[in-house]
Design a protein around this ligand. Structure first.
Ligand SMILES: Cc1ncc(COP(=O)(O)O)c(C=O)c1O
Ligand SMILES: [Zn+2]
Length: 399
């Protein structure tokens, strides 16, 4: 196992590096898959021990992963499609998919001997890092944008991490965390293309889906900020293909952004080679509101992976994503946060008017609805309150 720069292809040994020392490119963890083939890899947990935690014995640190895949059968019937599956990432221990990349990063922090960690996050990574830091007795600093929902801030704080709000968009928190980790002994666990080991955790989604579904989905739909979850999931499928000599096509990756912060979707739409920064992110979906200020190359990397997979990137309005969030709750009993509901909203927009009856899609449901209660569409319904009197109750339900 080594680190490889995605720009200049230089290799480095496994150590606490964030970017390529030669060219500042993103670092990717690469394996000698041929050698690993000699091992018995018969479950997703075997794969995680080898290709996420790298010790041939650990497959989770806090009960993360092994999330269910649920068929969205009512929605599928209504929109006339083949199989529509949801991977319930919001059922991870801290309520979001971020527990996967954070677990992988924490494992490396412990191996490298760090006692202090820092993370920049739009809220879900914050709660996750604080939880893992509590479990492993690490000192942790958590930087979140001022606008982060209270639920995520309080959750991160309650696990005991030192939560600090940073004025301005998520990019300010990102750049500040990077700066501190450059000048002090804080290991940076920011999961968006800073810490190369965190993406390895995201691969677990693909490993599990491989064993959960009879057939790989044609499409995997992912809400994206910078896009490490999309990149990691695709990497997982590629590894599976190579390891098991599979001849099925790789899934096409669909990235979904909110219209008010959609630098990657914009570049895809215009057929551009590079992603540009979004200076003023404006969306209710704060989890994916990453304007990539100062690191737009991260978005370009995600754009390249989307194109490599034959997929697409699309944006959805706040109205569209809130409608999808409401549909998921009311039709499927699935309560996810607005950012997560973009996967359904994006799927619908991407394939509107197309015959999808012979296809199957896996939508990643990335964060729990309880994490952002202010944003949910309350549609002004008033919840009644009555005296404990059965006549009143009957009168009310007959209304
Ligand atoms: C709920 C939710 N979904 C999706 C994402 C996008 O994740 P990324 O682009 O970091 O993979 C985030 C990021 O924090 C999130 O909070
Ligand atoms: Zn390089």
């Amino acid at each position: 196992m080594r680190l490889k720069c995605i720009e200049c292809s230089e290799h480095f040994e496994v150590k606490p590096l964030y970017k390529c020392p030669n060219c500042n490119g993103i670092l990717d963890v690469v394996y000698d898959v041929k050698n690993e083939k000699l091992r018995d890899l018969t479950s997703s947990n075997d794969l995680k021990q080898t290709f996420i935690f790298h010790d041939h014995k650990t497959d989770n640190l806090l009960g993360e992963g092994n999330t269910p895949i649920v068929s969205l059968s009512k929605t599928a019937r209504r929109v006339h499609t083949g199989n529509l599956y949801a991977k319930c990432e919001f059922l991870n221990p801290s309520g979001s998919f971020k527990d996967r990349p954070v677990a992988a990063g924490i494992k490396k922090a412990l191996e490298f001997g760090y006692e202090k960690i820092i993370v920049a996050s739009s809220g879900n990574g914050a709660a996750s890092v604080s939880a893992f830091a509590a479990r492993f007795g690490l000192d942790c600093i958590i930087l979140v944008p001022e606008s982060t929902p209270d639920e995520k801030v309080k959750q991160a704080h309650f696990y005991g991490g030192k939560v600090i709000k940073v004025k301005g968009p998520y990019s300010n928190s990102f750049n500040l965390a990077l700066r501190l980790s450059e000048v002090s002994p804080y290991y940076n666990l920011t999961t968006t293309f800073i810490n190369p080991y965190t993406i390895e955790g995201d691969k677990g989604v693909a490993y599990e889906a491989h064993f959960q579904l009879n057939q790989w989905p044609d499409y995997v739909v992912v809400p994206i900020g910078a896009g490490p979850l999309l990149v990691g999931t695709f990497k997982g499928f590629k590894e599976l293909k190579e390891l098991f000599d599979l001849d099925c096509p790789l899934p096409r990756m669909i990235g979904v952004q909110a219209t008010g912060c959609s630098p990657i979707a914009e570049a895809f739409k215009l057929g551009l080679e590079y992603v540009s920064e979004e200076e003023n992110p404006q969306t209710i979906a704060g989890g994916i509101g990453d304007g990539l200020l100062g690191y737009s190359e991260d978005g370009t990397y995600t754009l390249d992976i989307i194109r490599e997979s034959g997929g697409l990137c699309i944006d959805v309005s706040d109205g569209e994503l809130l409608a999808a969030q409401s549909e998921l709750a009311k039709e499927e009993g699935m309560f996810v946060e607005p950012s997560a509901a973009t996967s359904l909203a994006g799927w619908r927009k991407a394939f509107k008017g197309k015959d999808m009856t012979e296809t199957s899609s896996l939508l990643l449901m990335t964060g729990h609805g309880l994490k952002d209660m202010k944003s949910i569409d309350q549609t002004n319904e008033i919840i009644p309150c009555i005296l404990p009197n059965v006549d009143d109750l009957i009168r009310l339900i007959q209304k």
